[in-house]
Ligand binder design. Structure first.
Ligand SMILES: Cc1cc2nc3c(=O)[nH]c(=O)nc-3n(C[C@H](O)[C@H](O)[C@H](O)COP(=O)(O)OP(=O)(O)OC[C@H]3O[C@@H](n4cnc5c(N)ncnc54)[C@H](O)[C@@H]3O)c2cc1C
Ligand code: SF4
Length: 329
């Protein structure tokens, strides 16, 4: 059951930041994740600060150098369908299209999507686990079939967002505003791995908010894609997935950014795959070597070893599709 809280809807950024100074104030964008967390008692709130009235942070704008600025309150549907994102940053459009259901994509925002809380069922249930301030991780020795195979330490969540891995691959930057002013953080450094802090998912302080996500111009020859494997055809989170941003020259990989979803507590950059393919044609031999490299450092838990072959398959299929300029989707 929801406990009582105050609800405010500031009409300016300044007023929103002022409201966020209240202890236990929680920022509300589309509310699709926040209200679930409050209902499930994962955390409480004394005040809900709805930022839905901040129109300056809605929509997509071109930058003077050919990049894009995406307002944090842009809905996931708008991100998926925006013509410039579809044509120049296809991985992001595909990632947005993989989020939840049409209703949730219409309501949920891109800012909320990269800030959403983890989906570990112990965390979402009545277990006072390490991430919630308790003494132990229940996934260790427990039902860990949906947990991570990379980067687990103390806590073994997988990062839930389908838009964050493409944003990391496309070298996007998050604009953050707080009482101290504005700062810019690459999306690749926005999420906090449990090895650094197992209680915090992002670098945001409680009184800060994301206002925009900035995509640098797409280099010529860029092919980008996002592929997600899930347990059910209906809405479901990633079991294993991959965002790719590859620049080709004469059919050879000039530069590659490869980021996995569904297998690590943060969007997981695979430098191993990047090294295996850079400077090469994506022929069968190179792709097989890259798929081996992708999973070499994996450390599965008792019940999620299946993710290794799943991820290997995703890497192989997507790299072969990238060479031919197609994505199996
Ligand atoms: C049934 C279901 C299935 C789902 N499946 C998927 C899926 O397959 N893939 C996927 O990626 N996601 C999935 N989601 C998550 C969904 O995409 C998120 O709920 C949504 O993107 C969050 O957006 P929102 O605007 O509603 O955020 P809110 O619920 O308003 O906020 C989410 C969190 O982010 C914080 N926040 C929001 N905006 C900002 C901001 N601008 N600055 C700082 N903090 C902010 C809030 O305080 C809150 O903690 C699913 C959710 C549900 C309920
Ligand atoms: S994986 Fe993390 S969130 Fe899940 S039970 Fe363990 S400590 Fe809690």
């Amino acid at each position: 059951m929801l406990s009582n809280f105050a609800y405010v809807q500031p009409q300016s950024l300044k007023a929103a930041l002022k409201q966020l100074e209240t202890p236990e104030a929680r920022l509300h964008a589309g509310g699709t994740d926040l209200l679930g967390c409050l209902r499930e008692g994962i955390f409480g709130a004394k005040k809900i600060v709805s930022i839905s009235g901040l129109n300056a942070f809605k929509g997509v704008r071109e930058t003077s150098n050919g990049g894009l600025r995406i307002g944090a309150l842009t809905t996931i549907t708008q991100v998926e369908r925006h013509p410039a994102i579809r044509s120049r940053f296809r991985a992001l459009s595909q990632g947005a299209g993989e989020v939840a259901s049409p209703q949730l994509r219409n309501q949920g925002t891109i800012g909320g999507n990269i800030c959403q809380k983890p989906r570990c069922w112990y965390y979402r249930g009545e277990f006072h686990c390490l991430r919630k301030g308790g003494e132990r991780c229940y996934a260790v020795g427990g039902e860990n079939q949906y947990h991570c195979i990379f980067g687990g330490e103390n806590c073994f969540i997988v990062h839930p967002s389908d838009t964050a891995p493409p944003l990391v691959a496309l070298e996007a930057v998050v604009r953050i505003v707080g009482p101290q002013g504005t700062r810019s953080v690459p999306v690749s450094r926005f999420h906090v791995p449990p090895s650094e802090d197992f209680r915090q998912e992002t670098v945001l302080a409680p009184d800060e908010m994301v206002t925009e996500i900035i995509l640098p111009p797409a280099p010529s020859g860029l092919r980008s894609s996002y592929r997600k494997v899930r347990a059910r055809r209906a809405w479901d989170f990633s079991l294993a997935g991959m965002a790719l941003a590859i620049t080709f020259k004469d059919n050879t990989v000039q530069k590659a950014r490869v980021v996995f979803s569904g297998v690590a507590p943060v969007p997981w950059r695979s430098k191993e795959v990047e090294v295996a393919i850079t400077g090469r044609r994506l022929d069968k031999e190179t792709v097989a070597r890259a798929a081996d490299a992708a999973v070499r450092e994996a450390e599965p838990m008792e019940k999620n070893g299946y993710k290794i072959s799943l991820l290997r398959g995703v890497v192989e299929e997507e790299l072969l599709a990238a060479q031919s300029g197609e994505s199996p989707g």
